[in-house]
Design a protein around this ligand. Structure first.
Ligand code: MG
Ligand code: MG
Length: 627
């Protein structure tokens, strides 16, 4: 597979773009004319610079408003084309993208356009160049790839071919299966972009909100399945116009793009096993079977505070690592590690973030296969040094700098406590009745959310829930849940520093796990057990309970129980959700205790504003009025 990306997709100056694109492993670039014009160098120098980065120029674009014009505009369009052909020869590329005309004087008519392209094809052929025609979703007369194909077919010139772009086809809800019938050698180029399912003007959506395949809601996989079925063998290129990406770090955006392409072609291969493969086979994505452990990095100065919170939450100290300063705390099927090493990964996580979750271990059907898949999807492998006799656990760097480890369901997930820990074989303590990890909430800058979601959905067999908005008194927080088997992650993107999530990012120097939700099967019994242990419960305002009673028509005796235990309540058509929060630790981390009944599918988003308000009240210095 020859991969390519349009220079416009990446931020930075031309040199930075090239470096980032090459580092992410792409084979080529589409040169966007504006990027070239803004660069201070001759076309020959630009071409040489691109090739010095090991990249090809796969396409020059865009050439606008060409077809269907009356004279003298038609003659001027041909003269403009000749100048672009000169430029292409200097740059060293043979293919130009002509997008369907939006010119007010352009006339319709498939044969008229076909005649123009046949004439242009003759000129291009005389110079050894090729012309590709793309239907813009907002083209004046041509806005459907089927019409663009008919024009190319009737132009009947070997140097004139079709360019298809998933955004233009899918955003107009045109069935991508119609591409399957086009001969693959008549398609000169394929551009890919996804987009969120928002109803808005297509030109505006295209210019600002395109995103990487898999990050949006368009059926890019279906589109690419049809393209591959034609026998198309040319470059597969990303053309992403996105305001966030243009403000993002070039290397990260380029890496996400390449990751998205590899994942997409893997999906295409799984759906079309009879088509030739275009990249080495990846191990299949599998659902996560469980959370093996969660590790906190802390220091000798802060460990007592953290461990008293664990004890108050019902955990018991049950083991000690054989060679490291790492203690095991258990309750039900939940394993927490507390790491106070003064060297190594956890320590550097502590130095960066303060007391923080540094590692998450996931139980997989085949840990090594998941690791291989993740690394093929450009995750950074993490080799840890292990002492003699200890388990080597495959690990990758997660998004935001944390570590993700993979434990084998059949072996390491069970043997780690015997192999690596002094841990007397005994049933896990029942504690306050917490049984398992319900979800892990990660907080990041809003513009990193797509990147994080892509990380999970590419590596695992995972699904995304729709994004929801959470109103923080000081701004908006976006929240999106990603679920893969037993793993539920909520991604919270903060837009401003003043929101609680935004302050958390600022205070902890970057994105991290902000809270862990632990599941109980009997929330009232758990609440009583927690109270006995001195759990620092977050006090919920009284108005909340009046509102929730009215909203759901609850029995006042039941509401009184909720009120007495500071339990938040939500319900959906599937069932009910109960939540207890701890107060936040100084760096912002907190526990959530939940019970789901029936098939409740959410995360209590309706309650988040009240939780946030209560946390803000609780974090005010004493002596301040408690509003
Ligand atoms: Mg395009
Ligand atoms: Mg939560």
């Amino acid at each position: 597979m020859k991969t390519s990306i349009a220079t416009v997709s990446i931020s930075g100056d031309f040199r930075e773009k090239l470096a980032a694109i090459a580092a992410a492993g792409f084979d080529g670039i589409e040169i966007f004319e504006q990027d070239f014009i803004a660069f201070d160098g001759t076309p020959r120098e630009v071409g040489a610079m691109v090739r010095d980065h090991g990249l090809d120029i796969t396409l020059f674009q865009p050439f606008r408003d060409f077809e269907g014009l009356p004279n003298p505009l038609r003659a001027q369009a041909f003269a403009r084309a000749e100048r672009k052909f000169d430029l292409m020869a200097e740059l060293g590329t043979d293919l130009v993208l002509v997008c369907s005309s939006v010119h007010p004087a352009a006339m319709g008519g498939i044969d008229r356009a076909a005649d123009d392209f046949r004439a242009l094809g003759e000129i291009a052929a005389s110079r050894g160049l090729r012309v590709g025609y793309e239907a813009l979703a907002w083209g004046r007369h041509v806005h459907d790839h089927r019409d663009a194909w008919e024009i190319v077919r009737r132009a009947d010139h070997p140097n004139v071919g079709l360019i298809v772009d998933s955004f233009h086809t899918l955003s107009r809800k045109i069935d991508p299966e119609t591409i399957r019938r086009i001969p693959g050698d008549r398609i000169f180029f394929v551009q890919l972009a996804d987009a969120p399912a928002i109803e808005m003007d297509l030109l505006y959506l295209s210019r600002h909100f395109r995103n990487m395949p898999g990050e949006g809601d368009l059926n890019v996989t279906g589109f690419m399945r049809a393209v591959q079925a034609t026998g198309y063998g040319g470059p597969i290129s990303l053309e992403i116009f996105n305001d966030q990406f243009r403000a993002g770090l070039p290397r990260l955006v380029a890496r996400d793009g390449h990751r998205a392409l590899i994942d997409l072609m893997d999906r295409v291969h799984r759906a079309e096993p009879n088509l030739p493969m275009v990249q080495p086979a990846l191990p299949e994505p599998t659902p996560v079977q469980g959370v093996g452990f969660i590790e906190f990095a802390t220091s000798h100065a802060e460990v007592a505070d953290l461990e008293s919170l664990l004890a108050a939450t019902g955990f018991e100290h049950t083991g000690q690592h054989v060679s490291k300063s790492v203690r095991l705390w258990q309750q039900g099927a939940i394993n927490l590690l507390v790491n106070t090493e003064t060297t190594g990964f956890a320590h550097s996580a502590y130095v960066t973030h303060g007391t923080t979750v540094s590692d998450i271990a996931l139980i997989m059907p085949n840990a090594q296969a998941t690791h291989t898949r993740a690394c093929a999807l450009l995750a950074e492998g993490h080799d840890q040094t292990v002492a003699e006799g200890e388990l080597a656990i495959p690990a990758i760097r997660g998004v935001g700098g944390s570590m993700v480890r993979f434990l084998d369901a059949d072996s390491t997930a069970h043997s780690i406590w015997q192999t690596d820990f002094h841990h007397p074989p005994a049933p896990a303590p029942m504690g306050a009745g917490l049984t398992r990890v319900d979800h892990i909430a990660q907080t990041m800058a809003y513009d990193e959310m797509l990147s994080w979601a892509l990380f999970y959905t590419a590596i695992f067999d995972a699904s995304k829930a729709p994004m929801v908005d959470v109103a923080d008194p000081d701004g908006l927080v976006r929240s999106q849940a990603v679920e893969s088997g037993a793993l539920r992650v909520t991604l919270n993107g903060a837009e401003t520093r003043r929101t609680l999530a935004g302050r958390f990012i600022a205070d902890s120097f970057g994105s991290a796990v902000q809270h862990i939700a632990l599941a109980s099967d009997d929330i009232f019994a758990t609440a009583a057990a927690l109270a006995q242990r001195g759990f620092p419960v977050l006090k919920i305002g009284q108005n909340y309970y009046d509102d929730v009673e009215a909203r759901f028509g609850l029995d006042p005796t039941f509401t009184a129980q909720l009120r007495a235990a500071n339990i938040l309540y939500d319900q959906d058509p599937g069932g009910a959700y109960f939540q207890i929060y701890s107060q936040a630790r100084p760096e912002g981390f907190f526990f959530e205790i939940v019970q789901r009944t029936g098939q409740y599918a959410g995360y209590g988003a309706a309650n988040a504003p009240f939780r946030i308000a209560a946390q803000k009240r609780a974090s005010r210095p004493s002596g301040m009025p408690q509003l």
